[in-house]
Design a binder for this molecule. Structure first.
Ligand code: DGY
Length: 385
């Protein structure tokens, strides 16, 4: 299949390669204003490293890449050799990027945090209830014309109200998910994180006080010392870790074995955090164990047996797929690249909403190796309050 490309602002002096069409127009306007000629791949197939290197050619100032591509030493050498000085992932996660190699090549690496938080947390909530209430399985049953009338025993699922929620990783998404589940369904929270999450603990304590003031039993929040304890106690466990060598196969056969037989396991982080082969075996053995997955170990492939399992709900890595979020990600990726090409400093606050407004700061919203590359930090003391 021939890979197709289109060009935006062909008279621009700086050349930026973007490996997929991104939603909205604003990102193109940002790059246009930075005097960029933008070459966009309009084909939907995942580009190989060779195809991307061919697109980079011998003259390329910057690139915006996808989480499906491997941005390794070879790719950053090619970008550097073509004169490239900036890269942004079109994603908040950057496990597909060798940041150490990019740093060696003196190429800053951007990502797109802050616009995926609620959207991804909502998908984790959706998968939680789709799994608990057997929505995939019952919809297939109905569509297959098998529904013969209401029955007291048809598709009994799990009620999560007042049960125990386990959240592994309480960064932005994990914390948003925890709040949605605790507030909406009065669940007690156990979380596992390398760092104590004081804002989350404080929030749930305050919510508990509010509930008590209304004569309602408060909810609780506890930080687990060990993952094993959380897995054994929780009725529903949701994964929100980054993927690195410490989290690969964090959930393996042994740890699955610690979970309740009717527990629910949700993954919207990265596929390899779960040993998917062990998961298939576990789901076969325990039909009341329910799983909701947005991400897969060998994406886009699924491990043998996964699609046949009725106790697993699967969606194709769409947790961040709302128009607002995907356009926001495009704005942030383009702002990262444009700011680096213009020699601007890097933003320092976790709140990136200023970049989505009318008068964005002259800064790169999020550069993960900014410190290692000594990129100056934006001084926001002069900004309008
Ligand atoms: C990300 O940005 O890392 C998400 O996985 C995209 O959905």
């Amino acid at each position: 299949m021939e890979t197709k490309w289109r060009s935006y602002n062909p008279s621009g002096n700086r050349r930026v390669v973007v490996t997929k069409e991104l939603p909205g127009k604003r990102w193109l306007e940002i790059l246009g204003k930075a005097d960029c000629r933008v070459e966009i791949c309009t084909s939907t197939n995942v580009l190989s490293s060779d195809e991307i290197k061919t697109a980079i050619g011998n003259c390329c100032d910057a690139a915006i890449g996808q989480l499906t591509e491997h941005w390794d030493e070879d790719m950053f050498s090619a970008l550097r050799a073509a004169g490239g000085i900036a890269y942004s992932n079109y994603a908040v996660g950057f496990n597909n990027v060798d940041v150490v190699e990019a740093t060696k090549q003196r190429i800053p690496v951007g990502n797109t945090p802050g616009v995926l938080t609620e959207t991804t947390a909502q998908m984790a909530v959706s998968l939680t209830f789709a799994s608990a209430r057997r929505m995939g399985e019952s919809e297939r049953f109905l569509r297959a014309g098998k529904y013969r009338g209401w029955l007291p025993t048809l598709f009994l699922g799990e009620l999560l109200w007042r049960k125990t929620l386990g959240v592994i990783g309480t960064g932005r998404v994990g914390e948003a998910y925890a709040r949605m589940m605790v507030e909406g369904h009065k669940m007690d929270l156990i979380y596992f994180d390398l760092h104590q999450n004081e804002p989350l603990e404080g929030y749930i304590a305050a919510y508990g006080t509010f509930l008590a003031s209304r004569g309602i039993r408060p909810v609780t929040c506890n930080r687990a010392k060990r993952i094993e304890g959380l897995l054994a106690e929780a009725d529903c466990v949701s994964l929100h870790t980054v993927l690195d060598e410490t989290t690969r196969h964090l959930i393996n056969a042994e740890r699955l074995g610690l979970m309740k037989e009717n527990a629910i396991l949700i993954n919207t982080s990265r596929g390899p955090v779960i040993d998917e082969t062990a998961l298939v075996d576990h789901c076969r053995k325990y039909p009341n164990f329910r799983v909701g997955l947005d991400v897969f170990e060998d994406e886009p492939e699924l491990k043998p047996g996964l699609v046949e399992l009725d106790n697993v709900v699967i969606v194709p890595h769409i947790a961040s797929a709302t128009g607002w979020t995907r356009q926001g990600m495009a704005t942030l990726a383009a702002s990262n690249v444009a700011a680096l090409l213009m020699g601007y400093p890097v933003w320092q606050k976790p709140d990136i909403s200023a970049f989505l407004g009318e008068d964005p700061p002259k800064a790169a919203p999020s550069i993960v190796n900014a410190k290692d590359l000594d990129i100056p930090i934006y001084d926001n003391s002069k900004d309008k309050m």
